[in-house]
Design a protein around this ligand. Structure first.
Ligand SMILES: Cc1cc2nc3c(=O)[nH]c(=O)nc-3n(C[C@H](O)[C@H](O)[C@H](O)COP(=O)(O)OP(=O)(O)OC[C@H]3O[C@@H](n4cnc5c(N)ncnc54)[C@H](O)[C@@H]3O)c2cc1C
Length: 481
């Protein structure tokens, strides 16, 4: 027997659980299931186990709009985020709708039946399990779960110490009293360095080039005060909007007045580093703020660790790994017992599943992203890809609201199919306009975005609120049958 549901969600991470909660609230009569490849929910927040794992955006915007974040910390640690996601799933009863250990590999749309047929592989025995649904919703994140990205380092096999990727952190890794080198300068590296410095003898952050690093209070004082006077939901809404406006303002200022932002960030960095520190070499990126993701550190913990004396930053290139550490392009050598390759992720669209529409395989780069949440020519299909310049959940919640509106309208009018139709005159652009290495490595395998609305992927929550929460569903691009 093939099981049929109205909506099939792929992935039980923050987005999939959020999507399911929206469905239970807005469409209590409709049936849905979540298929999850792993044996646990929470996605990113369950997978990553490295020391210090935490958010790098504030929890008042990384939390769901419909469920207040009530903990003290604004920049929260991984286990607290995982708890929040799982408690949300329990509170809304969607934990009962998750089927674990099922990796979706293929989804085939039939226009004749207005139905998706979805094949999932049971990870424990390779058996294929088939489902059908009216609407398919990919909440599968944006990167490969099986393998993080590690460049091919010459001599890696010779290194006698431990070589570790943060995505696959060995539970029993003992680095107390040892010399650690963390390769990278992104969010993961700046999280790991102060966390490991607490126990390690010495930690070196080895970066090819500097990143903008901005210190933020770990606890939001406004939120704390508001909670004393207002109900949780109201206090949460105010803090959330405050953070949306502040982060949007910082982003816009970075794009419009990059020199001003550079100077401001530099001033903040200088204030937190020891006198005479070589800021120009280690903390002066060659690009403008927000050409790549800005790294947030709570209460300046990275700078505090540098001041503490057992952390340093080296800006150089890895020539090769040696038996005892790393030889650098400059000729210098770094001795290490543990090398952590915080070198990033491998991007993956829609959990790697093949999409087929009426017997024709969908070639993703040939499709165009509609409102950053559907694909041209792919009926009854939505996906969640969050913002790169703000919290993921801001977009995830808006996508959920839009999908619910779409389904409500189709129910009301007896329509069974919705599909955005591409306009050949709209110019194509890469899906993400982001200079970061992990984006550039794989962006060719992703759909395109368009030069104009509604094909343009706006990294702007305020505009998306207007377009997705309040905008008309009939925009001349979305077609209904
Ligand atoms: C270390 C780290 C820190 C981050 N910090 C932040 C932050 O502070 N702020 C922020 O906004 N964003 C952050 N992000 C981005 C982060 O991934 C999102 O915030 C959010 O967790 C994404 O949730 P998701 O449910 O969309 O995807 P994920 O968390 O990746 O979950 C996807 C789920 O789908 C499942 N899945 C995938 N493919 C399939 C398939 N084919 N079949 C079945 N199941 C499948 C996966 O197993 C997983 O459980 C961070 C990312 C990382 C890696």
């Amino acid at each position: 027997m093939t099981e049929h549901v109205d909506v099939l969600i792929v992935g039980a991470g923050l987005s999939g659980i959020g999507a399911a909660c929206h469905l239970t609230q807005r469409r209590p009569g409709s049936s849905f299931l979540i298929l999850e490849a792993r044996e646990a929910s929470g996605g990113t927040w369950d997978l990553f186990r490295y020391p210090g794992i935490r958010s790098d955006s504030d929890m008042f915007t990384l939390g769901y709009r419909f469920r207040p974040w009530t903990e003290e910390k604004s920049i929260a640690d991984g286990p607290a985020i995982l708890r929040y996601v799982r408690e949300t799933a329990q509170e809304f009863g969607v934990d009962q709708r998750i089927r674990y250990g099922l990796e979706v590999v293929r989804a085939e749309w039939s226009s004749e039946d207005a139905t998706w047929t979805v094949d999932a592989v049971r990870t424990e025995n390779g058996e294929t399990v088939r489902f059908t649904c009216g609407f398919l919703w990919s909440c599968s994140g944006y990167y490969r779960y099986d393998e993080g990205y590690t460049p091919d380092f010459k001599g890696a096999e010779r290194f006698a110490g431990e070589l570790v990727h943060p995505q696959h952190w060995p539970e029993d890794l003992d680095y107390a009293g040892k010399r650690v080198v963390v390769i990278g300068s992104g969010a993961t590296a700046v999280t790991l360095v102060p966390a490991m410095a607490a126990d390690a003898e010495h930690v070196t952050m080895l970066q090819r080039s500097p990143t903008y690093i901005v210190s933020l209070p770990g606890v939001d004082n406004l939120a704390r005060k508001l909670r004393e006077h207002l109900p949780h939901q109201a206090a949460y809404a105010v803090t959330r909007w405050k953070n949306v406006l502040v982060s949007t303002g910082i982003y816009q200022l970075s794009r419009r007045r990059p020199d001003f932002m550079r100077a401001l960030i530099r001033k903040g960095t200088l204030r937190q580093l020891p006198e005479g520190y070589d800021v120009d070499t280690h903390f002066k990126p060659s690009y403008d703020p927000w050409d790549q993701r800005l790294c947030l550190v709570p209460d300046g913990d990275l700078f505090r660790a540098i001041r503490g004396g057992n952390v340093d930053v080296v800006t150089d290139h890895v020539e090769e790994l040696t038996e005892g550490g790393i030889r650098l392009a400059s000729g210098a050598e770094l001795e290490a017992d543990v090398v952590v390759t915080a070198t990033g992720l491998n991007l993956l669209a829609f959990g790697g599943m093949d999409l087929v529409v009426d017997d024709v395989k969908v070639d993703l780069p040939e499709t165009m992203a509609y409102k950053g949440m559907m694909l041209s020519g792919v009926p009854n299909f939505a996906y969640v890809v969050g913002y790169t310049n703000a919290s993921w959940t801001l977009k995830a919640d808006l996508v959920s609201e839009y999908v619910c509106r779409l389904l409500e309208r189709m129910d009301r009018r007896g329509e069974r199919v919705c599909v955005p139709v591409k306009d050949p005159d709209v110019g194509e652009e890469p899906f993400l306009d982001f200079a970061s290495g992990y984006v550039q490595r794989s962006i060719d395998a992703f759909p395109k975005q368009g030069a104009t609305a509604p094909w343009r992927l706006r990294m702007n929550y305020l505009r998306d609120v207007v377009a997705l929460r309040h905008g008309s569903l009939d925009d001349g691009v979305m077609t209904f049958r």
